[in-house]
Every structure is written in structure tokens, then in C-alpha cells.
Write a protein that binds this ligand. Structure first.
Ligand SMILES: [Zn+2]
Length: 337
């Protein structure tokens, strides 16, 4: 109730803030707000009541201390699944609002080595967790690795060993582990989308792992490798990164350093809040858009989040958020007007 009563006035005063929303928009009966009519109405409401701006443009405006339109919102759709092409894509096209699509280039079906490696390394994500580590156990047996305590050590070792395998051996390993294929949008569809001018593709790693497990070669492949794969496929620069699962623990110093080395400018989480010029550029918050209509209107409230979370300028464990090649005025993520 508090949010509703102050929101219209307060939002109009927040001209140096951006609310970033996220969704998946593929059919999923487990999600309450996942219904074609609900999504359609929410997007329509967003279009009529907020100013939906392209994400990169919004973030750059904040960085330069420029004023954004009142109630500025950016939309990011994660994963780019084939189900999204069927459900959310036509609804976003109908609404005609700009959005960013977080693509996992390793999962886009192809006969490449990267595609096989991405299927294998998906063990570092929820597949690895959901299967009670049986996939990891089998892989370790295949490589004759002794049981190590640290998960990260195992997965990184597996990455290095797998990369050294012949193509035939890698295929044999995938068959043994029964690693699934992922039903994602294909490159032709993704290229067509970028051509519409409505959509910007952003990076979501090669294999959607919990990045806290990744080190060195594997981490570089997930960050720099994904950027190169996307840029190579579309010819468009990619400087926004979306952390798989969006947990703050995955945006640690080691991962942020890797993102900066790869040339990314921004990293997006799923923790709640709004973005201002003071927000750490590699810990940008996002709010769930895939919710029932009444919740959506509260979630789309810039002022509501500003009251609840502020601009999240400081963390208990601050990290260096300066971009590569930029001036000292950007240090600690504080971009003065
Ligand atoms: Zn994702």
C-alpha cells in the first residue's frame, strides 16, 4: 500500500534512474504470471505507463549523468529459448517495445566444438545440481579423476581435460553422460531479430553455469568466449553480460575481473532494486516481470524500488567497477554527472 500511494509522484522525480526488468517468456505452467493474456496486458500497461528504453542506451545515459525519461524501464529476456520464440517474442513484437535478449551462444545448436563443450559444462549449472551430481561423478570416472572436495576444482579440471579430447571422444563422453540438447532459438532467428532494430542481443555465458565455480580457462571461455561467439554471429558489439541465475555470489571479484578483461561494460543480476549513476556497473539489479498483473504494476514502480533498496551504491564487499580504458572518475561504480 505504501508503494502504491507514493509511487506516481515519486517516480516522476526519479529522472536519473533506470528500472531493469527480466523475464523468460517461454511457456511454463509453474509460473503464475506466465499466461499469454497476462503477459500481453502487462506489456501493454508498461508501454502506456512507463518509458521503455533500450538497455544499453539507458545505462550509458546514467553513466554520463544525463536525464532519462520519467519512469524509465528496460526489459531483458533471458535464455532465448525456442519456447520464447513461440510465446514471448510475438507479444513483445505486438507491444513494439525495445528489449534485450540474453543469449547462451554455446547452446545455439550447431555442429561446433563449442556446442559440445557447452553441453558438457552445463554441469556447472542447475543440471549438475539437479542430478545429485551423478553426471559429474560419471564424468570424473571417465577421466579417472579422484574424488576432490572442491566442486570448482573438479569442473575446471574437466573443462581442461575435455578440451584436449578428440572430437570423437568428446561425443562419446556426451553420449555416456546423456547430456541433453537445449531447445533454443537458432542463429537465423537471432540474426533476424537484431535486424528489426527492436532487439539487442546480450551475453549469458556459453553454458549457463554458476560462475562462482569457474576459474581461468573455463571462466575465460564463459565470458570472453561468449562475447566473441555472439559478436562473430551477428556482427554487432556486445558489452552487456547477464549472470546465469543472477546471484550476487556469482558477481565476485574474480568473475568481474574476467568480465572486464573480456571487454564487457555492464553485468546484470536478479537482485531487486533500481540503477542510478552510483550503482556498481557489474552488479546491476533487475526485477521480475513475469508475475500476475497486480504484482507487475508494483514491480514496474521505479519509486517503489528506490524507497525499498535505494540505488544499492555500496556493498559490504565493494569491488572495483571501473571499465577498461576509462578514467578514474568511474572508479567504484560511481559515475558523477
Ligand atoms: Zn538464464
Amino acid at each position: 500500500m505504501i508503494v502504491r500511494s507514493v509511487e506516481p509522484h515519486a517516480s516522476n522525480t526519479l529522472e536519473r534512474s533506470l528500472l531493469v526488468m527480466h523475464a523468460h517468456y517461454y511457456p511454463n505452467p509453474k509460473i503464475e504470471g506466465n499466461d499469454v493474456e497476462v503477459i500481453r496486458q502487462n506489456l501493454q500497461w508498461l508501454k502506456e505507463n512507463c518509458n521503455v528504453v533500450p538497455l544499453s542506451e539507458g545505462l550509458r545515459c546514467l553513466e554520463r549523468g544525463m536525464t532519462l525519461p520519467k519512469r524509465a524501464v528496460s526489459m531483458v529476456v533471458d535464455d532465448a529459448t525456442a519456447g520464447f520464440a513461440d510465446q514471448g517474442l510475438p507479444l513483445l513484437a505486438e507491444a513494439g517495445i525495445p528489449y534485450s535478449l540474453a543469449v547462451i551462444p554455446g547452446f545455439v545448436e550447431s555442429g561446433t566444438r563449442d556446442y559440445k563443450m557447452a553441453r558438457l559444462m552445463h554441469m556447472g549449472g542447475h543440471h549438475f545440481r539437479a542430478k545429485g551430481r551423478t553426471v559429474l561423478k560419471k564424468a570424473k570416472e571417465w577421466f579417472r579423476l579422484k574424488d576432490e572436495k572442491e566442486e570448482g576444482v573438479d569442473l575446471n579440471t574437466l573443462f581442461v581435460r575435455a578440451r584436449e579430447l578428440s572430437d570423437a571422444s568428446l561425443s562419446e563422453l556426451l553420449n555416456l553422460l546423456q547430456v541433453p540438447h537445449h531447445n533454443m532459438m537458432n542463429w537465423k532467428q537471432l540474426r533476424r531479430l537484431t535486424g528489426t532494430g527492436q532487439v539487442e542481443l546480450v551475453s549469458h555465458t556459453m553454458s549457463h553455469p554458476h560462475l562462482r565455480h569457474a576459474n581461468e580457462d573455463w571462466l575465460e571461455w564463459e565470458t570472453l568466449g561468449a562475447k566473441r561467439a555472439l559478436e562473430g554471429a551477428t556482427g554487432e558489439p556486445v558489452d552487456v553480460f547477464v549472470y546465469p541465475y543472477g546471484h550476487r555470489k556469482d558477481a565476485n571479484r574474480k568473475v568481474v575481473n574476467a568480465l572486464q578483461r573480456a571487454g564487457y561494460e555492464y553485468g546484470l543480476l536478479t537482485r531487486k532494486g533500481i540503477t542510478t549513476g552510483k550503482t556498481c556497473r557489474f552488479r546491476i539489479p533487475r526485477v521480475n516481470a513475469e508475475v500476475p498483473e497486480t504484482v507487475f504494476r508494483k514491480h514496474a514502480s521505479t519509486a517503489g524500488w528506490a524507497i525499498l533498496y535505494g540505488s544499492r551504491p555500496a556493498d559490504e564487499n565493494p569491488i572495483e567497477c571501473r571499465s577498461r580504458g576509462r578514467g578514474a572518475e568511474h572508479s567504484n561504480g560511481v559515475n558523477q554527472p
